[in-house]
Structure formats: C-alpha cells, structure tokens
Design a protein around this ligand. Structure first.
Ligand SMILES: [Zn+2]
Length: 129
C-alpha cells in the first residue's frame, strides 16, 4: 500500500505506463504531478513537478518527435474508415460523428503515451539515500 508514497527505495522510476496513466513523476514517483490541463484536453506536461520541483516541460516531445507515431496512426485511421465504408455503407453524416471524436481520442492517447515514454526515459529517479 505504501509503495507509491514517495519513499520508494527502488533505483528505477515508474514505467511509461504509470507516467501516462497515473501521471507519476519519474523523479519522485508522486502520482498526479505530470499532466497539465483537464483529461479531455490535448496531453501537455506540467512545467515542474509540484512535489519535487523536477522540470518536466523541457522533456515534452512535440513536433517532429511525434511524427513516427502520429503519421502511421492517422494512415491507419484513414484505412480503417475506408474499410468500414466498404463493409457497412453508413450514411455520410455518421462519419464525422464517429471518426472525428474517435480520431481525436486515439491520437490524443498516442501522444500521451509518447510523451510519457520520453519523460520516463529522460528523467532519472531521485535516490532516497
Ligand atoms: Zn516529482
């Protein structure tokens, strides 16, 4: 129960999944310190960890660093939309209602995962004596 209380004695920080899902600071393991803004907004890192002061925003992956993930994902979404259209022939007004939010959600989750992975890889955990 106390494994995430900030007194972790492991030499490794949280994995990318814990950073992405719980916002655990890679330096101090405090949950809820990484993400700025609300859950439905595009994922953005806090400037600093409010618990330990570790600068986080300087490690934010953006621009070209996201291309290797976002471009194949968008291509996959386009091919998925075309395949769904081949199979079901839904009315045209359904597509923006389904693929708009679905695309924003999927790309947002992918960007969050990439930013968490980059942050977890770059920030070393702080030793506890
Ligand atoms: Zn921290």
């Amino acid at each position: 129960m106390s494994e995430n209380s900030g007194s972790s004695r492991s030499a490794t920080g949280p994995g990318w999944w814990q950073v992405a899902r719980h916002g655990m600071c890679p330096a101090c393991n405090t949950p809820g310190m990484v993400w700025a803004g609300r859950a439905w907004e595009p994922p953005k890192l806090n400037d600093h960890c409010r618990a330990c002061g570790e600068p986080l925003a300087v490690h934010e992956a953006s621009g070209r660093a996201l291309y290797p993930v976002v471009i194949p994902l968008v291509a996959l979404l386009v091919f998925s939309a075309l395949r769904v259209d081949d199979i079901w022939r839904l009315p045209l007004w359904v597509y923006p209602l389904v693929w708009g939010p679905a695309s924003a959600l999927i790309v947002g989750l992918a960007v969050r995962a990439v930013r968490a992975a980059v942050l977890a890889a770059r920030v070393a955990p702080r030793g506890q004596g």
